[in-house]
Design a protein around this ligand. Structure first.
Ligand code: FAD
Ligand code: FES
Length: 261
């Protein structure tokens, strides 16, 4: 197995996307497929998985110890980036739809930057939690939903599927809280197009390269870091784990809110 090194990169710019989400740009470009991720080493703290939001950036939601430490860094500080990791979205000829909830927009953004996203459904709790909305409106056919109705459709991003015709798309790329992705999968299944859905999963990762087994999915043991993070809807319909539970650092099952982006 070819080992991917962790490259030291200097943070060049920090953009505050929302009160709890920042984009960190760095001084090195990585070749990657939309949906692939990196392991981010935060010196003295931890190494954590993050989607690549462009060839030289990650977009991070402040959750716990490592992401809080990242939020304390400034332009000029160094972090380590190991990339590209995972499979990324498998893009077919034809039309592509992107569906994002919250910071789940991060791994989908490259589809819009590359001009691949024909339409983009973006959801967030409130107007101020919307990520990349202005940029995306210039790059793609953007549809917005907020839970509290402060911008766009008042409701969930799943509702926006009625504003576009899912059957007119060949690939449907989805990333967000697992409960939201399960809602999208149910709709695609009812239309008979579950296999067109490509869902980017979040699981607790230690090695990020397929060795430790901490990210294995029940029943078949697929590793989210090596076999994913992107899985097609027909595969997830057979999983006993998807949208039911995830596992914490010690492997204990966590029910509800699994893999929340
Ligand atoms: C392939 C992949 C891509 C990812 N891409 C991104 C990305 O682009 N942007 C981004 O912001 N995050 C992304 N994540 C999630 C990110 O890795 C975690 O949020 C991060 O590791 C949390 O680290 P922490 O040390 O700050 O929190 P921890 O100290 O590990 O956790 C603090 C608390 O938050 C909970 N928690 C931990 N992880 C998550 C989570 N993912 N969702 C909800 N609660 C959690 C823990 O249970 C704990 O209670 C990705 C994860 C994977 C697997
Ligand atoms: S994180 Fe170690 S096998 Fe996936």
């Amino acid at each position: 197995m070819k080992e991917i090194p962790s490259f030291p990169v200097k943070i060049t710019k920090i953009i505050e996307e929302t009160p709890g989400i920042k984009t960190f740009e760095f001084d090195r470009d990585f070749e990657f497929l939309p949906g692939q991720f990196c392991m981010v080493w935060i010196p003295g703290v931890d190494e954590i998985p993050m989607g690549l939001s462009s060839k030289n950036s990650i977009t991070v939601q402040k959750i716990g110890e490592a992401t809080s430490a990242l939020f304390n860094l400034k332009a000029g500080d160094l972090i380590g980036i190991k990339a590209p990791l995972g499979n990324g979205f498998s893009l077919k000829e034809g039309r592509t739809l992107a569906i994002a909830g919250g910071v789940g927009a991060a791994p989908l953004r490259p589809l819009a930057l590359l001009g691949i996203a024909d339409a983009f459904l973006l959801g967030a709790r409130t107007k101020e939690d919307l990520v990349y909305a202005e940029e995306l409106s210039e790059l793609t056919d953007l549809h917005i939903a907020t839970d509290d109705g402060t911008f766009g459709h008042h409701g969930f991003v799943t509702d926006l599927l009625s504003e576009v015709d899912p059957l007119s798309f060949d690939t449907i790329c989805v990333c967000g809280p697992e409960i939201m992705m399960a809602g999208i999968l149910r709709i695609l299944e009812s239309l008979g197009i579950a296999e067109k859905g490509q869902f980017s999963l979040v699981r607790y990762m230690k090695c990020g390269v397929g060795i430790c087994g901490s990210c294995c999915l029940d029943d078949d043991g697929l590793r989210v870091c090596r076999d994913g993070p992107v899985f097609t809807g027909d595969k997830l319909l057979k999983s006993s784990e998807f949208a039911k539970y995830s596992r914490d650092a010690s492997g204990r099952r966590i029910y509800g809110g699994s893999g929340g982006h």
